[in-house]
Design a binder for this molecule. Sequence first.
Ligand SMILES: O=C(O)[C@@H](O)[C@H](O)[C@H](O)C(=O)CO
Length: 498
Amino acid sequence: MVDYTGLAEAMKAGNISTLSNGDVKIYKSSFSVNEKTQLVMIKEANIKYLIATGEGALYDALEGSIEGNVKKCPTSHANRLVLNQYFDYTVPRAFGTEIATIGLGDRLGIASPGHIQTVRGHDIRPILAQQSIRELALTGRDYKQVIDASAFAVFQEGYKDGYGADGDHLKVEADIRMALDLGFTMLTLDCSEKIDTTIEVATDAVLAEKYVLLPEAVRTHYENRYLDQSFQAAGTTISFDRPTLIKNVLIYSQAIDYMKHIYRSYIEHASREIDFEISIDETSTPTAPESHFFVAHELYEDGIKIYSMAPRFCGEFQKGIDYIGDIAQFESELAIHAGLADDFGYKLSIHSGSDKFSVFSLIGKYTKGRFHIKTAGTNWLEAVRTVAKVNPSLYRSMHSYALAHFEEAKAYYHVTTDISKIVPLASVADSDLADTYMNEDNARQLIHITYGILLQAKDEQGKFLFRDVFYLTLSEQEEAFEQSLVSHIGKHLALLGK
Ligand SMILES: O=C(O)[C@@H](O)[C@H](O)[C@H](O)C(=O)CO
């Protein structure tokens, strides 16, 4: 039983500097007072708690157990809602189009403190609570837990500059309603299933056949607005001859209708500001600049205001590794994509933004520092790197399991990983595991896309093979993990000009 007497006395006296309690870790940045209640976050035996002293509404509202002269409160969903009620900076918020933002998806629920330490003081704001439905399915978490983890991290770090919550890659209305009901402040509408990319490779005859089957009102709408028209945008001329128009109508019109429906139904009259992102990046073919214009212009003409647009860029934005492709072509198309975002009043959004170091300076340049960049897997890889340094046997077991299940994981993510190029485990010394595998593209992708399989893996008795010891190791290595995030995500910010 821990004696909290000294801690309670220091809290009541407000002496943050003297807050100490033996082997209990105290997060001094969390110390807060509301009327006659004092509150601080601690970690005891690798579990975090809120410690409350004093009296009053906040003290009474928190669920917990009395231990000596303190109330020891779990980091529960109910207690997160209490924090939200008394400390507004723990509530996620929208940011609009004027400030740069970075999505810092945290599949483990423990990366946000390191993310906060990374962005604090920089001209950028964090979307700490960002997960796609795909990630939730693979990790077995839910959206309540995603915001809970971020809100407790914000309280722990005393971070008051604001953070966002992105319901990422939402495709169906039920998920959109769920995310909004739970307080998400950003919605990323994934239209990939409404975008018919088979059209890209169809013959003119097939295009003509499909086009004539569209309702006359649809064809008339688009022909009146675009056929044989040229538009000045993004410092260039964008023209729509009949083949170009037919192709864009067939590829994007269904997606555009869906975007308009979702905006009218859930965003336009929402009770709070919502950052609405359009994602057309997870398609098999790149978003041609004229297609970006076509989608943006249709939304703009209908008075639909979006926060950001995520096109699919030329080349490859694969998970956890640098850009793959012709950087000169990327730059010339990026200039137009960024110019269109400027012209239509929203931010360009860069998905799979982790580790794209060779193009970050271009992104910062052409977006003039006004962008949204999404990362998620790279902090998972930093967690694995941290574990590999201190628990080599755990890393070896996870690495082997990932190799055995890689084909299963490829169903969820597009990667061009060459497993044969990954150095065999037996030939790598324990002390070299982290550098050998976390700095090599093929090994990074192996571990990156198998995160769900590794976190959910169980033995015959139903016991997690890796999850519990993985989290315990990261709790014991909390500062090392935080520092690896500050360093690695900090490199992202530096190259982006932030
Ligand atoms: O893995 C996911 O589903 C997400 O992290 C998704 O890829 C996200 O939109 C992203 O681009 C993160 O880099």
